[in-house]
Design a protein around this ligand. Structure first.
Ligand code: 5AD
Ligand code: SF4
Length: 449
């Protein structure tokens, strides 16, 4: 019996999802296979997240469950990958005796070697960060589908004072532009209809002077019937050139994830976010002028050290001014090693919680109002398949990333684009009726290079 069945569970951001596909590709090359059944796996890998304490606690909880598997079958290799591996290193192995492998985000090429070490009864530890590793030459292992993640850069040099990412994922480095384009060409040939370009701060993409706008433009022309999305943008680096590029290409989605984090300049300064709210709001205005109909989502942290009621009100105010389509909202969580960790975590837990609820309630109200205003409009949907609740309905997404549901109709399948008229809306979902089939563009541009 071979010891070659690997089970991988992925936590945290989309970068981790993309990394798990790179890990699978590396393992597949060495003859490993994958299983979705934890109990039949010889190797169990958790690709982990350290961004907030509750993410780490969840993974510790999961390790508790997995211990039973090791009790039944002591030969099973248990590995921690990703940010927690990087942050906790040897401690993880010393504290959690069941962990055999600890491999950080820049050491995945050596994973097969570390698994062999673990089979030989020793602990495998690889936590060096690299200034150059981008896994450029590795084609991620992906099942057929419509939508794919492509990581175009790794690491982050921003050092926001609350954030552990620069420590767990290391310095910023960009992939070669042609290699990203080639990956999209291959995805297009396999029938994928949407790619999301990923990086902690995609706006600082730089491949020998070619910036993120250049990369997006090159990706957009590969296949006009493929939607191209990207995340995440930092408000300091979002250039006019990028906005004009998005406006120019029909298949570059009119959707920008632009984390604001707080509405108070004083807090933004303590966070080392390097912009003011005035700069941020001007940027939003400019983007709306250059890209009509553009929608925004954001990240917000409640209860950063020293945050007063007045600072909190400023956050609610910026939300009312921008009117985000969506938001990811969090309570501040101190992370060891960051600059903010040295500040006193002085906003009481219940105050953080109450402020967070106010932020969530406001966002829900705004999302609802924005969606209500779409009733009567036509939207182009990329059909993803049947809706979660019923085979009588199809589900897909708008260009601005909203989920839309409509009655299943003969001849319409996953991967098609349809125009629907919106008839009903909640804060999270649009409902509509089919108007017509459309093609995002008939033109498939010839291969580059
Ligand atoms: N506490 C709470 N939220 C955090 N984020 C990053 N670090 C922390 C932290 N220590 C949030 C930020 C970031 C998103 C990915 O996670 O809002 O944009
Ligand atoms: Fe963290 Fe800031 Fe970098 Fe985002 S930009 S990954 S919040 S340090």
């Amino acid at each position: 019996m071979g010891k070659n069945k690997v089970y991988i569970e992925t936590y945290g951001c989309q970068m981790n999802l993309a990394d798990s596909e790179i890990v699978k590709s590396i393992l597949k090359d060495k003859g490993y296979d994958f299983t979705e059944d934890l109990n039949s796996a010889n190797v169990v890998l958790l690709n982990t997240c350290s961004v907030r304490d509750n993410a780490e606690q969840r993974i510790y909880g999961r390790l508790g469950n997995i211990k039973k598997i090791k009790d039944n079958n002591p030969d099973t290799v248990i590995g921690i990958l990703g940010c927690m591996a990087e942050r906790l290193r040897k401690d993880l192995i010393e504290e959690k005796k069941i962990v055999d492998l600890v491999v950080g985000p820049d050491e995945y090429r050596r994973l097969p070697e570390f698994i062999d070490t673990a089979y030989a009864g020793e602990k495998g530890i690889g936590v060096k960060l690299s200034k150059t590793e981008t896994y450029d030459d590795i084609i991620p292992y992906r099942k057929d589908g419509l939508s794919a993640w492509i990581s175009v850069m790794r690491g982050c040099d921003k050092f926001c004072t609350f954030c552990v990412v620069p420590f767990t994922r290391g310095r910023e480095r960009s992939r070669n532009l042609e290699s990203v384009v080639r990956e999209i060409e291959q995805l297009s040939e396999r029938g994928f209809k949407e790619v999301t370009l990923l990086g902690q701060n995609v706006n600082s993409y730089n491949d020998n002077g070619r910036d993120f706008a250049d990369l997006l433009a090159a990706c957009a022309v590969v296949d006009r019937s493929m939607r191209v999305r990207f995340t995440t943008s930092h408000p300091q680096d979002l250039s006019d050139k990028l906005l004009y590029t998005i406006a120019e290409h029909e298949n570059l989605c009119n959707y920008i994830h632009l984390p604001v984090q707080s509405g108070s300049d004083r807090i933004l300064e303590l966070m080392n976010r390097t912009y003011t709210i005035e700069h941020y709001l001007n940027l939003i205005d400019k983007a709306r002028k250059i890209i009509p109909g553009v929608s925004f989502s954001t990240d917000i942290i409640s209860g950063f050290p020293t945050e007063t009621e007045e600072d909190h009100q400023m956050t609610l105010e910026v939300m009312r001014k921008v009117r985000y389509d969506g938001a990811y909202m969090f309570k501040y969580s101190p992370r060891e090693g960051t600059k903010a960790y040295k500040m006193k975590d002085d906003v009481p837990e219940e105050v953080k919680g109450r402020r967070l609820s106010e932020i969530i309630d406001l966002q829900q109200k705004i999302s609802y109002e924005i969606n209500q205003q779409l009733i009567g409009n036509s939207e182009i949907i990329l059909v993803e398949g049947f809706s979660k609740k019923s085979d009588e309905f199809l589900a897909g997404r708008t260009d601005t990333n909203k989920v839309a549901i409509f009655p299943a109709t003969e001849g319409i399948r996953a991967g098609d684009y349809v125009k629907i008229r919106i008839t009903k809306a909640t804060s999270a979902t649009l409902f509509g009726e089919v108007e017509e089939m459309v093609s995002l563009s008939e033109t498939k541009v010839n291969k580059t290079g």
